[in-house]
Design a protein around this ligand. Sequence first.
Ligand SMILES: Nc1ncnc2c1ncn2[C@@H]1O[C@H](COP(=O)(O)OP(=O)(O)OP(=O)(O)O)[C@@H](O)[C@H]1O
Length: 316
Amino acid sequence: MPAALSFQSVSKRYAPLRGGAPAFVALDEVSFDVAEGGILGLLGPNGAGKTTLISILAGLARASSGRALVLGVDAQREPLRARRLLGVVPQELASDPFFSVREALRLQSGYFGIRRNEAWIDELLAHLGLADKADAQPRHLSGGMKRRLMVAQALVHRPPVIVLDEPTAGVDVDLRQSLWQFIARLNREGHTIMLTTHYLEEAQALAGRIAMLRKGRLVALDDTAALLASTRASQLSFTVAGAAGDAGQAGVLERLPAALLPQARVTGRVVQLNVQSADDVEQALAAVRQAGLLAENVEVRHADLEDVFLNVMAAR
Ligand SMILES: Nc1ncnc2c1ncn2[C@@H]1O[C@H](COP(=O)(O)OP(=O)(O)OP(=O)(O)O)[C@@H](O)[C@H]1O
């Protein structure tokens, strides 16, 4: 049985521009599979190559070398066959201003040669909370509703594999929750999902497997549980009160003990440190006290996917 998605040594090089911009490697020999029925979270900082990888899969960009397969079908050699198996929710909405939401979905169905699709379109509209906007112009929808429309457009042909590029960027908490629920439901019904997101707590909750890209290279690939287990460290966090705290981030950085500085994450007055044991916690807090700082809201919590992500990105 072929994997739902298979990236095999995919590279993408942009030629140097005449204006002087040097050649750029957006993807460097990226290889990984997504098993049928799974949810994979594709993570990476801005510019890591996530959208480029998805564009190659969707036939919107050509790989310089390597292959991208959808259920065994080569996305570059047989783009039309691959597109039928794939629903891609892009980052940006490209909709025709002359059509309503329902018409846009009918049109999209037509692209795939599906004529009578009304029942499924109604179902999509209902599940995505767009039923009362069916006759609205897409440009009159709110940002979050446009995202829902993009999801609906990607699903009109009931593709077995669904790829979502930041489906919840800029979407409010309610909409985000219902979108994730809908995605989880699609997965339960047998669809394979790959998604990119910068909301790591959502990736942690939803994705059974995680791939991380950094500067076009695959730097982590594992089950979410295994990645979390690999980071045994917990997080100690506290807020700096008093004069140093009042001076904000600069004040905290200036007064924090030198021994803690290299591994401390400081955001405003909040300091976060990796700790392995109760001894580490005591030593760190003692050092903070000795530096004349007052620590409030002291908390220790288990490492989450964000910690794993930051560790992986920092290690390269
Ligand atoms: N046509 C192009 N010519 C040159 N470089 C490009 C071109 N298109 C994209 N890039 C570069 O390729 C890199 C990868 O971009 P990509 O959009 O894939 O990143 P991303 O991981 O999706 O980022 P984000 O999280 O910001 O969406 C970026 O550095 C981008 O500037």
